[in-house]
Design a protein around this ligand. Structure first.
Ligand SMILES: Cc1cc2nc3c(=O)[nH]c(=O)nc-3n(C[C@H](O)[C@H](O)[C@H](O)COP(=O)(O)OP(=O)(O)OC[C@H]3O[C@@H](n4cnc5c(N)ncnc54)[C@H](O)[C@@H]3O)c2cc1C
Length: 378
């Protein structure tokens, strides 16, 4: 990374989602750099503020071992850094444990979950199989139709307050977050030397594009394809039905999930929709989510609906994020494509990229996530 002139920041970051804010935090807090973040809407106004806030290393489908370890390190960092983030920001984002059940309704599903558990044990994860009777004994909202379930204790937080905490902790270390729309990258002698913000030009020692699914637009700025696309997800926010306490267990299944939040909402999710950049929630999605979740937890049928939200995951063709230096440039970086796991990965991704940008060996090698793997893609 090239050192900036005295008046220009060392790094300018496009996008104040959780990825832009977390990377800014580490660049400033751990490397002493002067960082400006440019956000065209509000801090965490995209998926970063609307996410469910579950921090888990298991997806609907099994991730590769390397990616799972990346996520596991991300979860550890959440625990390690929470006291500092709370202290520096003054924001409590309710990081805590949540027991989580993954039920099976068919023998084949139970076998698949057990096989996944063996693999999880191999990675050091604590996961236990409960048969139907043991699950019922927990007194959860899970339908008695379940043949059994895998039980883990995972971590969760409130996504919007978390992003705000990271942004404010970054500001505590001197990061400046400004309103504006980045419309281009300034290039000189093969180097990125700043960004265009409408008619303004902001010089900087290096540029990071962290604009979530909108990073696709940055392809035109870079003269390269950025293979990221928006994958819409919707969440129904519920209250427990009259008189019922919040459930103590989350339920996650291929068809849907129910996630009790410490902040008081009961989240029912979700969808995976190709709807371009349309962020409007839809009644069809609400009906589909409710139908699936009522099958998992029949008590939900009487749960009052408080809200319906929609936001866009930055998704990539191979399901892995794109983090690193942009080919054909010096001092230009990108971090996007964190898809289903951006909140979980924010701290490990941000810290590792900050290390890479400052010439240190990253805590976690980022080679698998290099933008170069898509070089030449149409
Ligand atoms: C329904 C749903 C539930 C989710 N639940 C979880 C979960 O439980 N756990 C988990 O780990 N992950 C979850 N995710 C995924 C997570 O939310 C995302 O991976 C993460 O928020 C992506 O962060 P980001 O900073 O890359 O993108 P974004 O949050 O989209 O931020 C990008 C920012 O860039 C700004 N921007 C765009 N273009 C420009 C420009 N030209 N100039 C300036 N600013 C610009 C945007 O306004 C936006 O604020 C969920 C996602 C969805 C949709």
């Amino acid at each position: 990374m090239t050192t900036s002139t005295r008046s220009a920041p060392d790094v300018v970051i496009a996008g104040a989602g959780i990825i832009g804010c977390a990377t800014a935090y580490f660049l400033a807090a751990e490397h002493g750099l002067r960082v400006v973040v440019i956000e065209r809407d509000g801090i965490a106004s995209g998926a970063s503020g609307g996410a469910a806030g579950e921090l888990g290393a298991v997806g609907r489908h099994r991730f590769s071992e390397a990616f799972t370890r990346f996520i596991m390190r991300g979860i550890e960092l959440h625990t390690e850094l929470a006291p500092a983030l709370r202290e520096e920001s003054g924001v409590d984002y309710l990081l805590g444990d949540i027991p989580l059940l993954r039920p099976a309704f068919e023998e084949s599903e139970a076998a698949e979950l057990r096989e996944q558990m063996r693999w999880q044990h191999g990675l050091g994860m604590d996961v236990e199989w409960l048969d139907a009777q043991a699950v019922r004994g927990l007194g959860t909202w899970l339908t008695p139709d379940a043949l059994g379930a895998a039980l883990t204790v995972e971590r969760q937080l409130e996504a919007y307050p978390f992003a705000l905490a990271v942004a404010q902790a970054a500001e505590h270390h001197g990061v400046e977050i400004r309103t504006g729309e980045v419309t281009g990258v300034l290039r000189s002698g093969g180097r990125a030397v700043g960004v265009r913000i409408g008619s303004e030009e902001l010089a900087a020692g290096a540029v990071l594009v962290a604009t979530g699914p909108w990073a696709v637009d940055a392809g035109a700025w870079m003269g390269a394809t950025v293979p990221v696309s928006p994958l819409r997800g919707q969440i129904v926010h519920l209250a427990p039905p009259g008189g019922m306490p919040m459930p103590q267990h989350a339920i996650f299944h291929e068809t849907g999930y129910l996630l009790p939040k410490a902040g008081g909402d009961l989240l029912a999710g979700t969808t995976q929709e190709l709807a371009g950049f349309d962020r409007q929630p839809t009644s069809e999605a609400q009906d589909g989510i409710m139908e699936a979740v009522v099958r998992l937890a029949p008590a939900v049928i009487d749960a009052p609906i408080r809200d319906l939200t929609a936001c866009l995951r930055p998704s990539t063709p191979d399901g892995l994020p794109i983090i690193g230096a942009v080919e054909g440039w010096q001092d230009l970086y990108i971090s996007t494509g964190h898809a289903f796991k951006g909140v979980t990965l924010a701290l490990v991704s941000g810290r590792s990229l900050a290390q890479l940008m400052t010439g240190e060996a990253p805590d976690v090698a980022l080679d698998d996530y290099s933008p170069a793997r898509f070089a030449g893609a149409a």
